[in-house]
Design a protein around this ligand. Sequence first.
Ligand code: SF4
Length: 423
Amino acid sequence: MALATLAKPRISQMVRILENIWAHRRKNPTFPSEEKYYELMVRYYRRIMEALEEGKTIVGHTVMSPIELFYGMDIVPMHLESTSMMMVILLGNYTEFFDAARGFGLTPETCSAHRLLAATVVQNSLPRPNFIVWTSQVCDNTSKSGDAILDLYEIPGIFLDRPYRYTEREVAYFTKELRRLVNFMEEQTGRKMDYDRLKEVVTRSQRLIELYREIAELRKNIPAPARNRCFLNSMVVEWLYAGTQEAVDYFEMVRDELRERVDKGVGAIPEERFRILTLFLPPSYDWKLMDWLEEQYGAVSVMEPYCSWWAKGEMDPERPLESIAEKSFYRSLTRQMHGPSEGIIEDAVQAAKDYAAEGAIYFAHIGCRQACALIRSMKDALKERVGIPMIALDCDIIDPSLSSGEEMRSKLDGFFEMLEESK
Ligand code: SF4
């Protein structure tokens, strides 16, 4: 098959596989929100497929881009890292893509999320967007990835510079960056931003933040009301859908499920034995590891200071651009990863206390300087200030060739033995 024909078939193939998983979930129900997650994944990629067929405007964007502005302009967003990651997970063609990345000059020292993204473009497997938006959030890999895609696809694009410190001056600067983005999108589409629509989008985005916080409160209960998959699914839904009614519906469903369990005094798993903080992200090729932790050790992830922890902040639909700019300073992942990153230590210590954590697992992704730089300080802080041990698991977030699932499980066996003895 010629390379030029790969993008459409591959996205259709992804949609078909996701539809099958969703159908399987419906036949073998677990929690309604888990079914809903697959429904949302189907809809997201189906929308991209349809946009390709109908010639609708698609924006390719990197993680933490202000998707409210895309929804406000009725442009179809395609999250670049998530789409390439979902593609390799579903199609299983790791060797093809990582070989292509190496051929393009990207070695394993570069974050695999961006090696993979470049590879899907080089292999012409990622749908070609009309333009791209990329930002300094959350790392230097992301900043450089946009340049590469722009060159490879020869399409227009815009880079947004989110400053490091959370001050009024920096928020004003980033608001200007967002205005620049609106102007750029207006030029690209020949349409004006619909500010009434944007206000509605921001209202729904604020609702999602409230629901995230309600869920975080419910998760303090013992036994834990959320399964380990819940935080991963929720994170992805927020990345792809913030500002939409679909996201609000999903998060309300999760909140209601958790509340019901809390009211009944039951946990999400039959026997809870260990309460764990999850630091950074488990490898995407082995999210089953999170199920294994539940089954093998009764270990529940009670909080994820990187992924599920939102600092204070509210969105105001009357100030949509300022609100979206501000959100990028207090929202999960960017606050902790982009900076000021020292905040993550305080967040983790607080989370360990609030959620009665007994141990912490740090997924040490080899290609991520942001996530790994604080491992030692984190380990010391958790030990000295809360008295809980932490294991740093060497892994790669996407590339399975670095660390096999068995290796991680075997290291975790030792960690849980130690936790068991100290009970
Ligand atoms: S894992 Fe780390 S290096 Fe990779 S994209 Fe995320 S923040 Fe950047």
